[in-house]
Design a protein around this ligand. Structure first.
Ligand code: MTE
Ligand code: MO
Length: 512
């Protein structure tokens, strides 16, 4: 009997804890909605966790969950909140005051996390503070109404039913405030409407039409231009930063003669250019998917910097996004004539929110973490000695040109194909140097030259294919590229940290 009573009171405590937490988080979303900022407790705590995640775990997450890494992390944060809330609820059955203080204390921890976010605003603590107050009050309130087992004097025998009704009502309130707050955040900053309203300007300098020979006609090979919706996404933003073209401003400052602030209209008033560029992530493993090609529309960076009057001693350009992410790019690369730009569109449509709407940077030849700042709002001309951006603080190389590499798109690893004519094909890239040759070998035999697609420009990947008369059995295909400087893709396998993976991709297939 005692055991059952204990279990019943524990489960009521857990229920009260979880509902109090849900209500606290719901009210916090509403406050975040009123502020128009994505600073709910789960997001700021999750964001702080991302910044402190050890490298092996972050790499494991990208490898295992890919683009879903953020949902996985947020789900984890919510699962932990539910567990802690239930435990605090159980504790509060016997120790109301302590439970209540703990619940409020968790909200205070979130408020502290909000302040440590790089682009924090003092008011960002408000959602978490509201959560602290609601959790601290709701927990004892609910326990008093759910509590009947050792009913304190004065609680009516029908307390359980009434208590459950009240609990249910608060749970519904939690849902309504939570979703309402989310909706309000979206309505306050209507990125979709801003995107729809954006009429893309006609470029003064158009990119040449893609030559027919740039895209090989092979089933299973990457499309030359990656569809925006298929374009890989890598960033630290747990919720996609929301910024409309009206709100957007870029401040160019630091080691320049005169500071410049650009509105979106100022940006559109500059000569608009179009460039085809292949973007690559430093975290891409050999044979991995973290790269894509687009036709970018925007404004060139070099003239902008020249007009502002670059200090000749400056060697690093630090881009800052609206959520406080920092990315450092060599001034030399931006100024050497390559198509370094502030982009507003990819493949004929305004940037998707997750790819940096309304404005991002793109610099050919450099990995994204040292060049491709999304949601960029600030450009500081600086030096490498003076400032380490986000990833450099975490041990990644300060400067990281893209390594010569190649990938087999078809056949896929462990594919089963019919004996006879098999087309092996894929892509190779060495942005800003160019690809000279791609070679393929089977089962460690002689390297054979693959047929290359027509080169469009050196900032782009190139496709390749090789016809192979496949005999039955198990076979290993390997690929390697040679860049225009004559350097052969490095054979030695190394992981992405600290400046990009190396090694030849091997694909095992079965021919039947
Ligand atoms: N604001 C911001 N910009 C960012 C990042 C980020 O985390 N935050 N990640 C960079 C990295 S590592 C890469 S590879 C590219 C990826 O751009 P994409 O997601 O549009 O493909 O964005 C870069 N720009
Ligand atoms: Mo990246």
């Amino acid at each position: 009997m005692r055991g059952r009573a204990a279990l019943a009171s524990a489960s009521r405590g857990a229920l009260a804890g979880v509902v109090a937490a849900a209500l606290a988080l719901g009210v916090a979303e509403l406050v975040a909605g009123a502020l128009g900022r994505a600073v709910s407790p789960a997001l700021v705590v999750g964001g702080a966790a991302v910044d402190r995640t050890p490298r092996f775990l972050k790499e494991y997450a990208i490898r295992t969950f890919g683009e879903h890494d953020k949902q996985v992390l947020l789900t984890g944060v919510f699962a932990i909140i539910v567990l802690i809330a239930a435990a605090v609820g159980v504790l509060a059955v016997r120790h109301r005051r302590t439970g209540s203080a703990l619940a409020a204390g968790l909200g205070l921890v979130a408020a502290a996390a909000a302040l440590t976010r790089p682009a924090a605003h003092p008011t960002d603590v408000l959602p978490s503070l509201a959560a602290a107050v609601v959790a601290g009050l709701a927990l004892p309130f609910l326990l008093d109404r759910l509590w009947t087992a050792d009913a304190p004097r004065g609680v009516r025998p029908d307390g359980t039913r009434r208590g459950l009704l009240i609990t249910g009502a608060l749970a519904v309130t939690a849902g309504v405030t939570g979703f309402g707050g989310r909706w309000l955040q979206g309505a306050r900053t209507n990125v979709e409407a801003s995107r729809r309203a954006l009429r893309l300007p006609t470029p003064a300098t158009k990119a040449p039409a893609l030559p027919a020979g740039a895209q090989l006609d092979v089933e299973g090979i990457s499309r030359f231009y990656t569809k925006p919706a298929d374009f890989y996404r890598v960033d630290t933003a747990l919720s996609v930063p929301r910024l409309t073209t009206d709100e957007w401003q870029l401040k160019l400052h630091g080691m320049v003669e005169k500071e410049v602030t650009l509105s979106f209209d100022d940006l559109l008033a500059r000569p608009i250019v179009e460039h085809d560029i292949t973007l690559t992530c430093v975290s891409n493993e050999v044979g991995g998917p973290l790269m894509g090609t687009a036709r970018w529309l925007g404004v060139e960076l070099a003239p902008l910097l020249r007009e502002a009057g670059l200090d000749p001693k400056a060697d690093q350009l630090v881009g800052r996004s609206v959520d406080g992410m920092t990315i450092g790019t060599p001034v030399a690369a931006v100024m050497d004539g390559r198509a370094a730009m502030l982009a507003i569109a990819m493949n004929g449509e305004p940037l998707l929110p997750e790819h940096g709407f309304p404005v991002r940077m793109v610099v050919p030849g450099l990995y994204g973490y040292v060049s491709a700042t999304k949601w960029i709002v600030d450009l500081e001309v600086s030096t490498f000695a003076a400032y380490d951006p986000y990833w450099v603080k975490r041990g990644w190389k300060q400067q990281a040109p893209i390594k010569t590499s190649s990938r087999i798109d078809t056949p896929k690893a462990f594919a089963r194909v019919k004996a006879g004519r098999v087309v092996v094909a894929g892509v190779a890239w060495a942005q800003h140097r160019g690809i000279k040759e791609v070679e393929v070998r089977v089962d460690g035999g002689d390297w054979r030259k693959a047929e290359l697609s027509q080169e469009v420009n050196t900032d782009l990947w190139r496709q390749w294919k090789l016809e192979w008369d496949a005999p039955a059995g198990s076979h290993m295909l390997q690929v390697r590229a040679v860049d225009a400087t004559g350097a052969v893709q490095v054979e030695n396998r190394t992981p992405p940290f600290p400046s990009g993976s190396t090694g030849w991709q091997s694909v095992l297939i079965t021919v039947t």
